[in-house]
Design a protein around this ligand. Structure first.
Ligand SMILES: NC(=O)c1ccc[n+]([C@@H]2O[C@H](COP(=O)([O-])OP(=O)(O)OC[C@H]3O[C@@H](n4cnc5c(N)ncnc54)[C@H](OP(=O)(O)O)[C@@H]3O)[C@@H](O)[C@H]2O)c1
Length: 318
C-alpha cells in the first residue's frame, strides 16, 4: 500500500514538474507592467524580462530611478513615474500603458511596489502610521489592479501580487503585516473571479532579502524615531531595556537573515508570467520554504512559542 502511495506522490510531482516547464508562446510580443522598479525585486525583474525580450513597461517612484533603469536596459523597455497612493497618478499610468499595448492588451501586471516602515510594537503606532503603509502596500495595489484589469482581461493575461511570508505569519507590529494579509485576501478573491476570463493570479511570498526596504541602518533609524515619538506612559510600560533589546534583535535579524540572491524571488515572478501553468503561490527563498511556510501550518500556540521565545520582556510585564 505504501509503495503505491509513494508512487502516486512521485507521479504527481513529475506531472506537475513537466506542466510547469511548458512556456507560453510569443513572449517577445507580450507587455508586462511592473510597479516599484527603482530598486529591489522590481528593478531586477524589469532587467530580467527585458533580457528575455519581453516588452517591459516599468513604473518607477522617482525620475532618478527611471533614468538609471533606462540607462541599463534595451530601448524596448519604457518607464513612467507612478505613485500608487495617488489615483490621478494610477489613472495616468493606465492611459500610458493603454497607448503602448494597443489592441494586444496587457499580458502581465506585477504589483511589486511596497514600503515597510514604521515597524515596532503596535502600541507605539498611531492610526496614521498604519495608514501610511496600507495606502501603498494594499490600497495602492488594489487601485492599480482595478485600473489595469480591463487591459489584462483583454490579453487573458496574468496578475502577480507581491505579498510576503509576513502575510502568513504576523510577528511585527505596524501596518506591514496587515497589508500583506490583505494582499493575500484580495488576490484570492481576484483569482476566483477572474478564472472564467482566462486571467491567472499568482501570489509571491518572499522571505528575508536584502533590498532598500530591509537596509539595517534605515530600519534602525526609523525605529529610533518611532520610540522617540511614543508617549511617555507607554515608554514607561515597555522600558528602555525593551527598546534596546528590540533594536539589537532587529539589527541582528536584518544583518544576518537577509539573502542577497534576489533571483530566488524574481525567478518565481518570471515563472508566474511565462509558464503555461503558473502556480497560485510561490515561496521565495529557503527561509520561506523551509521555515516560515511550515511554521504557518503549526498549531497557533506552538507557532507563538517558537516566534516569541527570544522576544524581550517589557518593564511592566506580569
Ligand atoms: N525585501 C524583502 O525581504 C521582502 C520580503 C517580502 C516581501 N517583500 C516585498 O517585495 C516588494 C518589493 O520590495 P523590495 O524588497 O524590492 O524593496 P525596495 O527595494 O524598497 O522596492 C520597493 C519599490 O517600491 C517603490 N515605492 C515606494 N513607495 C511607492 C509608491 N508610493 N508608489 C510607487 N512605488 C513606490 C520604491 O521606490 P523608492 O526606492 O524610490 O522608494 C521601490 O522602487 C514589496 O512589496 C515588499 O513588501 C520584500
Amino acid at each position: 500500500m505504501w509503495f503505491y502511495l509513494a508512487l502516486a506522490v512521485l507521479l504527481y510531482f513529475l506531472i506537475r514538474l513537466y506542466r510547469e516547464t511548458k512556456i507560453v508562446e510569443n513572449l517577445t510580443e507580450k507587455y508586462v507592467f511592473i510597479t516599484g522598479c527603482d530598486s529591489g525585486f522590481g528593478n531586477k525583474l524589469a532587467k530580467q524580462l527585458d533580457i528575455q525580450g519581453l516588452h517591459v513597461l516599468a513604473a518607477c517612484f522617482t525620475q532618478k530611478g527611471a533614468e538609471e533603469l533606462e540607462r541599463l536596459t534595451s530601448d524596448r523597455l519604457k518607464t513612467t513615474i507612478l505613485d500608487v497612493t495617488s489615483t490621478e497618478s494610477v489613472a495616468a499610468a493606465t492611459e500610458w500603458v493603454k497607448e503602448h499595448v494597443g489592441n494586444k492588451g496587457l499580458w502581465g501586471l506585477v504589483n511589486n511596489a511596497g514600503i515597510i516602515q514604521p515597524v515596532g510594537p503596535n502600541e507605539w503606532m498611531t492610526k496614521e502610521d498604519f495608514e501610511k503603509v496600507l495606502n501603498v502596500n494594499l490600497l495602492g495595489l488594489i487601485d492599480v489592479t482595478v485600473h489595469m484589469l480591463p487591459l489584462v482581461r483583454k490579453a487573458r493575461g496574468r496578475i502577480v501580487n507581491v505579498a510576503s511570508i509576513l502575510g502568513r505569519l504576523s510577528f511585527y507590529g505596524g501596518g506591514y503585516c496587515p497589508s500583506k494579509y490583505g494582499v493575500e485576501a484580495f488576490s484570492d478573491s481576484l483569482r476566483r473571479e477572474l478564472q472564467p476570463f482566462g486571467v491567472k493570479v499568482a501570489i509571491i511570498e518572499p522571505g528575508y532579502f536584502l533590498t532598500s526596504m530591509t537596509n539595517a541602518q534605515y530600519n534602525l533609524d526609523c525605529l529610533d524615531l518611532q520610540w522617540t515619538s511614543t508617549p511617555q506612559e507607554i515608554k514607561d510600560s515597555y522600558g528602555h531595556t525593551y527598546f534596546n533589546n528590540f533594536y539589537k534583535s532587529l539589527k541582528e535579524n536584518l544583518n544576518s537573515r537577509c539573502s542577497t540572491n534576489l533571483f530566488l524571488v524574481t525567478d518565481c515572478m518570471e515563472h508566474a508570467l511565462t509558464s503555461q501553468h503558473p502556480r497560485t503561490r510561490y515561496s521565495g527563498g529557503w527561509d520561506a520554504q523551509f521555515f516560515f511556510v511550515p511554521l504557518s501550518y503549526l498549531p497557533t500556540a506552538l507557532a507563538d512559542l517558537i516566534l516569541t521565545w527570544s522576544w524581550p520582556k517589557p518593564a511592566q510585564a506580569v
